[in-house]
Design a protein around this ligand. Structure first.
Ligand SMILES: Cc1cc2nc3c(=O)[nH]c(=O)nc-3n(C[C@H](O)[C@H](O)[C@H](O)COP(=O)(O)OP(=O)(O)OC[C@H]3O[C@@H](n4cnc5c(N)ncnc54)[C@H](O)[C@@H]3O)c2cc1C
Length: 198
């Protein structure tokens, strides 16, 4: 198994219970590593991502057929029945009959100065994850295109104090009218820099 985030850990648990031998190779850089608390997962609301993984590993390691290895898989050769995995910083090759990728996804942040410094602490991607903590507060939504504009209406459920930042993307008159109808402030200039003063 390549990847030991929630998806990989859950798969490892089920495979272990199915009496499969599993090696979980994990780079230990999960998507949510920037966040302090994870929300909305039943029985674990508010848990830190590292504590979530610690509990999961502890439970999985009760099953004798699972091993964890820290490392980065840099290449895979072979095929079904005989995969060969090369790890960065190791000459050794890992062989496996089956291969499961649970490597997660990578967030591509907008090209705005300062955004990576505030990402996960005061800039967020998922209102269901962090909206409750920000309820009724002033929130700016960077919504430069159609697909993001739907967020604006959704987020108004958490706060009415909203500003839409288009970051110089052009809006149609229809989109502008829709934003105005909801009484939402609109800034159409490009964003120079993001700073957090919390
Ligand atoms: C800022 C932020 C806040 C979030 N808050 C919440 C929340 O409150 N509630 C919620 O439910 N969800 C939240 N999420 C979403 C949550 O993080 C993801 O849904 C979850 O991490 C997906 O799990 P995963 O196992 O698919 O991927 P990941 O957690 O990203 O795990 C993938 C693992 O694979 C490893 N990996 C990748 N490539 C390799 C390789 N080549 N070799 C070895 N290992 C590799 C990575 O290092 C990582 O450890 C948040 C996400 C972000 C970005």
């Amino acid at each position: 198994m390549v990847g030991g985030g929630p998806a990989g850990l859950n798969a490892a648990l089920v495979l272990a219970r199915s009496r499969r031998r599993v090696l979980v190779i994990d780079k230990e850089m999960p998507r949510n590593h920037v966040t302090k608390e994870s929300h909305g997962f039943l029985t674990r609301d508010g848990i830190t991502p590292s504590e979530f993984r610690r509990i999961a590993r502890e439970q999985i390691l009760k099953y004798p057929s699972v091993l964890f290895q820290s490392g980065v898989v840099s290449s895979v050769t072979g095929g079904d029945g005989d995969f060969r995995l090369q790890l960065e910083s190791s000459e050794a090759t890992v062989r496996s009959r089956k291969l499961l990728f649970a490597t997660g996804m990578k967030d591509v942040l907008p090209d705005i100065e300062g955004i990576s410094e505030v990402y996960g602490t005061s800039a967020f991607v998922c209102p269901f994850c962090d909206g409750w903590e920000l309820r009724d507060r002033q929130i700016s939504v960077i919504a430069p295109n159609d697909s993001n504009l739907h967020y604006v209406k959704m987020i108004s459920g958490w706060t009415k104090r909203l500003t839409v930042l288009t970051n110089a993307s052009l809006l149609t008159d229809e989109q502008r009218a829709e934003i105005n109808i909801h009484g939402i402030a609109l800034v159409e200039e490009s964003i120079q820099r993001i700073e957090s003063h919390q």
